[in-house]
Design a protein around this ligand. Structure first.
Ligand code: UFG
Length: 322
């Protein structure tokens, strides 16, 4: 029996596939390779197909014996989602509905869903617990919220058991150097700044210096991608053993400002940068910080790699070799 991993050729998906293979799971990656990369799939089977086609999704369930699904495939650029919301609802919402339909037809009732801190919108309480109100402020976050809203209905009516994992800021790269963050275009802080230090990104700016934080730049909760990957395997095992649906934040519960990240990156790389400041990016909130209590107590998750220096060391190693 295999685990079907949609988006397994992407950043978090490929790191999770590696973790699954290490634990001897059979893996089938389903990816249209629009933003994923064949080179990041280091094992298992790769099916190049598109979730927006229900027939293509059905086909994979006919061809492989699937025991559970991890659903990473999605578009994830907040800015782009403002400019082209339809694209986000088609890729993130309609694709998810197709996947759920094909799962039910095939009798597959276990799902790990990639959600996001973006479902919370502007937080009213820090750290953010899972019972915080969900008020997404951009189409990307809304598309994740809508799938989360649908899942309990499918549980009640069809017995579909799921765990939605709400990621905070995924960062870093495989400590063994095989995998890393590879987006085109890149929008995230750590890779953008490392590319700038390498002279490969002339346009780096700090977005906003007037946030209500100690140094005026936005605070985020960075979590190592290998720790995220391990949480997915724990969630899968928990789902199989307990058959209970759940929603879990995945963050480090430690916040760093953009300037703190930059200073740490300068220290790790031994390179200095002269910084340019630009206006705030639309939709950026001042502080995002997870409560990890449920991940620790319910899931039994321990973060091993999420020290900011280690995150940046592994990302730097990937950027130097890639
Ligand atoms: N930033 C810069 N310069 C850059 C890139 C980012 O200053 O070149 C700043 C951003 O404005 C933000 C912080 O660095 O304050 C972190 O930005 P990222 O783009 O790395 O991450 P976000 O917090 O914007 O986004 C992450 C996920 C999204 C998710 C969101 C939840 O990547 O998928 O959290 O709100 F939607």
């Amino acid at each position: 029996m295999a685990i079907l991993v949609t988006g397994g050729a992407g950043y978090i998906g490929s790191h999770t596939v590696k973790e699954l293979l290490k634990r001897k799971y059979e893996v089938v990656v389903f990816d249209n390779l629009s933003t994923g990369h064949r080179e990041l799939v280091r094992g298992g089977y790769l099916v190049q197909a598109d979730l927006r086609s229900l027939e293509e999704v059905r086909k994979v369930f006919r061809r492989y014996r699937v025991e559970a699904v991890m659903h990473f495939a999605a578009l994830m650029q907040v800015g782009e989602s403002y400019a082209d919301p339809q694209k986000y609802y088609l890729h993130n919402l309609i694709s998810s509905l197709n996947l759920l339909q094909a799962m039910l037809e095939a009798g597959v009732k276990h799902l790990i869903f990639s959600s996001s801190a973006a479902v919370y919108g502007q937080p009213s309480e820090i750290p953010i617990r899972e019972d915080h109100p969900l008020q997404p402020i951009n189409p990307y976050g809304a598309s994740k919220f809508m799938v989360e809203r649908i899942l309990p209905d499918y549980d009640r009516a069809y017995g579909l058991k799921y765990i939605s994992l709400r990621y905070f800021n995924a960062a870093g790269a495989d400590p063994e150097g095989e995998l890393g963050e590879w987006h085109d275009p890149e929008t995230h802080l750590i890779p953008n700044f490392l590319l700038y230090l390498q002279g490969r990104n002339p346009g780096f700016q700090v977005f906003g210096r007037d946030f209500p934080t100690s140094d005026g730049t936005a605070i985020r909760d960075y979590i190592h991608v290998t720790d995220l990957a391990a949480a997915h395997v724990l969630a899968l095992e928990k789902l199989k053993s307990e058959q209970n649906s759940q929603v879990v934040n995945l963050g480090s519960s430690r916040g760093y400002s953009v300037l703190e990240v930059i200073r740490t990156a300068e220290k790790v790389t031994g390179r200095q940068a002269s910084l340019k400041f630009g206006p705030r990016r639309p939709g950026d909130v001042p502080v995002l910080l997870a409560s990890s209590e449920r991940a620790e107590t319910w899931l039994g998750w321990r973060r091993e790699h999420s020290d900011l220096e280690f995150i940046i060391q592994t990302a730097w190693k990937w950027h130097l070799n890639h």
